[in-house]
Design a protein around this ligand. Structure first.
Ligand SMILES: [Zn+2]
Length: 419
């Protein structure tokens, strides 16, 4: 049990009592608490919902900065050569390091798509985060590989029934250009039959759009997936950058969760005209992600929010675009909605996935908007403590076993250095 005492929430001082994994009570009047409750003095702090990073390849943190200044396909070709050599041990230690970094940035949940899903999940749970981990279908249109992946996924799904806690397993359809139609249909059917989310890359580059139209009767990637009957509210689609008006309408009508990854898209020059207003108005749920740290270099959602807003205001030539409240929703509650979690909001009964923000610094001196100061001025080192499911997993910027996590990652990176 935790009591956050006299803490700033939405510009007002209040008290928040956390019992078990949920927020039990919020009240500006003193809350009587049972003995054994940990009391945190919030008089110099604010509380915000934990960030939800809706598109990551967490273990790529150890491939950060390895190939710079390349466009997506050249970059992918080089990264895939390295990835062919990574093993379970690498994924486990790399994901632990990524979780350490995400916690320090106030992220409590991440939606991952990478190799060796069980190792990523184990690392994330040990670090105290709430992960969603996709098994990746990527068969390069090779029938033998496709069959092997289906078998491997079925076995993993069976194993996941015995996992302790929420399995958090998702179906990853890498993209239209890397997965055969047969596997796309199989994976989607499996997801629907078993109530799993589908996590895919969609409409990331103009080249993907061109190639898809050439291969599939002039259909865009969005229209192609729609023709296959794949798109629906169980789908989390990363990027959604190269969209026609028809594509926007389809994504909205199907209730797809669209994840914007501005830092990765801008850095790889894939594009930056993300159609936030149109997708929102059409009925799609827009969330934010960082993508892997090998392409965007950062797993920092505070930075992502700032870049997102700057690009939206700049390319639309209108400073009213992407207002602060909507920006914050994209990084929190919209992700929770996509994953079916009762988090991303601070209210009684919701999951206690929260971050505390240290207000004792220059960023918050002005009487201006707290969210503006947080997103446009502060950096993620103002995140002082993080609570996930009612557990304090970072306290005053201290995460248990930090040295050991760094050492584990250094050991596996030596293998990559030798490549
Ligand atoms: Zn990605």
């Amino acid at each position: 049990m935790i009591l956050l005492q006299n803490i700033l929430l939405d510009d007002r001082r209040t008290n928040i009592f956390i019992e078990g994994e949920r927020i039990r009570r919020i009240s500006p009047s003193p809350i009587p608490v049972p003995p054994g409750t940990e009391i945190i003095d919030g008089s110099h702090q604010a509380v915000i919902p934990g960030f939800i990073n809706m598109h990551t390849h967490a273990a790529m943190i150890l491939l950060r900065g390895i190939h710079e200044d390349l466009c997506l396909y050249d970059w992918l070709e080089r990264i895939w050569k390295i990835e062919a050599k990574v093993d379970r041990e690498f994924i486990y230690h790399a994901t632990r390091a990524a979780c350490l970094e995400m916690l320090k940035g106030g992220t409590t949940t991440f939606n991952d798509q990478y190799w060796f899903a069980p190792e990523s999940r184990r690392a994330a749970l040990e670090m105290g985060l709430r992960p969603r981990i996709a098994f990746v279908f990527l068969d390069s249109h090779n029938a033998e590989m496709a069959a092997r992946q289906r078998k491997a996924f079925e076995a993993l799904y069976e194993r996941s029934k015995g996992w302790e806690g929420e399995p958090g397993l998702c179906v990853g359809i890498h993209s239209v250009y890397t997965v055969s139609e047969e596997n796309i249909l199989w994976a989607n059917r499996f997801a629907l039959e078993h109530g799993l989310k589908v996590h895919m890359h969609l409409a990331e580059t103009p080249l993907e759009d061109r190639d898809c139209r050439k291969a599939h009767d002039g259909l865009s990637p969005t229209a192609y997936f729609d023709r296959l009957g794949v798109l629906g509210p169980h789908v989390i689609a990363a990027h959604c950058l190269c969209l026609s008006d028809d594509d926007v309408e389809i994504l909205g009508k199907r209730g797809v969760h669209c994840v914007h990854n501005i830092n990765s898209n801008a850095k790889l020059s894939s594009g930056y005209h993300f159609r936030y207003n149109e997708l929102r108005d059409a009925g799609a749920n827009v969330c934010l992600g960082t993508d892997g740290a090998a392409s965007s270099n950062s797993l920092d959602l505070l930075e992502t929010m700032k870049t997102t807003a700057l690009f939206q205001k700049a390319w639309r030539n209108d400073p009213r675009e992407m207002p602060l409240g909507e920006l914050m929703d994209c990084a929190t509650v919209n992700g929770a909605r996509a994953l079916g979690l009762e988090s991303g909001v601070i209210r009684e009964g919701a999951l206690a996935d929260l971050s505390l923000v240290d207000l004792d610094n220059t960023y918050f001196l002005s009487p201006g908007s707290f969210l503006a100061n947080l997103i446009y001025a502060a950096h993620s080192d103002v995140i002082s403590s993080v609570i996930v499911g009612g557990r304090l997993v970072m306290r005053n910027r201290h995460v248990p076993h930090e040295e050991e996590i760094l050492e584990g990652a250094r050991n596996v990176i030596r293998e990559i250095e030798a490549l």
